[in-house]
Ligand binder design. Structure first.
Ligand SMILES: NC(=O)c1ccc[n+]([C@@H]2O[C@H](COP(=O)([O-])OP(=O)(O)OC[C@H]3O[C@@H](n4cnc5c(N)ncnc54)[C@H](OP(=O)(O)O)[C@@H]3O)[C@@H](O)[C@H]2O)c1
Length: 348
């Protein structure tokens, strides 16, 4: 573990330099890693671990497209691909990567296989942090650990294949064997993380729920809509409004911010743009700060978690979701987006 300075604050981080893949393989050489659930995170983590030389099996219900996908990815029924129960029985490390709602409904089944000395691994702090609501209460004689990649399972895999790594947080909720740290860090390195930063289950879930509802997904679409609607009301064409709201951001500016930071981007745009951005950013910050406060309060009180447990477990959740997504997809802004994408030279 190394100390690293993040803008004046010291944090514990782990990188492949001081915790090598060879070391991770040595620590996990006698373990069978059972990936339970082959949805989005399941494939990313299973394939990276397998390619890195770890002993991986998959547990997936069937019939299911996810079962077929596991076969397409080279997992063999009866050898490395099993029912959830069989894989959980064989695994010494159980990576519980069902959707958060399914983790609740399948818990009684899974619990039976958590025999002393095994490790129960999550990629989200949800089930454990809100355990009074989810009922996920592990036995005391197993390790309970977390590695949460900061991005989609698809990105985890793509970046691994490209020789890069997605950052992940790691946490230990319960260290029954005295090996929880070695196990969790070895798994974090094994799944192809960039660097690993330390957290706990509660902080992981609070920051994750805030982030996805906030700048990563919720707030960003809200801001897109507000600006696009205003430009359209003032007589700008869909093409102009979409380019000024979304296309320029995703295609031109965010890759530069990712490479060099916001100050560099401000320094390298026109003086008119730079002056306006610097003058208006605080107004936007102050306008949305109360919404972020409300959001964090709702997350910390458990209300957000309860809302997702209640809605995600409804039988018609998928249909209602499809209806909501259809509204977004068919909105003028995203229809304009579709047209703009089709006109990109690489797609034309
Ligand atoms: N999405 C991400 O990239 C991401 C990023 C970081 C962390 N995480 C965390 O990783 C975990 C897995 O998330 P995910 O997005 O990969 O989930 P997901 O894609 O929704 O995975 C669903 C998995 O759960 C199975 N499943 C769903 N309902 C089931 C049921 N009733 N009984 C048995 N199996 C059922 C699915 O099988 P079928 O295909 O047969 O339905 C599939 O294998 C979650 O804790 C999530 O918070 C996810």
């Amino acid at each position: 573990m190394a100390k690293m300075n993040f803008g004046g604050v010291e944090e514990n981080v782990v990188t492949r330099d001081e915790f090598s893949l060879e070391k991770a393989r040595e620590i996990l050489k006698d373990e069978t890693i059972a990936i339970i659930g082959y949805g989005v995170q399941g494939p990313g983590q299973a394939l990276n671990l397998r390619d890195n030389g770890f002993n991986v099996i998959v547990g997936q219900r069937q019939p299911s497209k996810s079962w077929d996908k596991a076969i397409n990815d080279g997992f063999v029924p009866g050898e490395t691909l099993f029912s959830i129960e069989e894989a959980a029985d064989k695994g010494t490390i159980i990576q519980y990567l069902l959707s958060d709602a399914a983790q609740i409904s399948q818990w009684e089944t899974l619990k039976k296989y958590l025999t002393p000395g095994k490790a129960l691994y999550f990629s989200h702090g949800f089930g454990i942090t809100y355990k009074e609501r989810t009922g996920i209460i592990p036995p005391e004689d197993v390790d309970v650990i977390l590695v949460a990649p900061k991005g989609s399972g698809t990105s985890l895999r793509r970046m691994f294949v490209a020789g890069r790594g997605l950052n992940s947080s790691y946490a230990i909720f319960q260290d029954a064997t005295g090996r929880a740290f070695d196990r969790v860090v070895a798994l974090g390195i094994g799944i192809g993380s960039g660097y690993l930063f330390e957290t706990n289950f509660k902080k992981e879930v609070y920051s994750d729920l805030t982030g996805e509802r906030g700048t990563l997904m919720g707030a960003i679409q809200g801001i897109f809509e507000a600006q696009y609607n205003e430009l359209r009301k003032r007589g700008h064409s869909p093409s102009e409004a979409f380019n000024e709201t979304v296309e320029e951001l995703t295609q031109s500016l965010m890759p530069l911010v990712a490479e060099n930071g916001m100050d560099w981007m401000y320094a390298n745009c026109s003086t008119t743009a730079q002056r306006g951005a610097l003058d208006w950013k605080n107004k936007f910050r102050d306008a949305v700060a109360p919404v972020f406060k409300e959001l964090y309060d709702e997350v910390a009180s458990g209300n957000e978690a309860q809302r997702s447990i209640d809605t995600n477990s409804q039988a018609d959740y998928r249909e209602k979701l499809e209806e909501e997504l259809r509204e977004v997809r068919e909105s003028e802004m995203w229809q304009a987006g579709k047209a703009v994408r089709s006109l990109r030279p690489e797609n034309a």
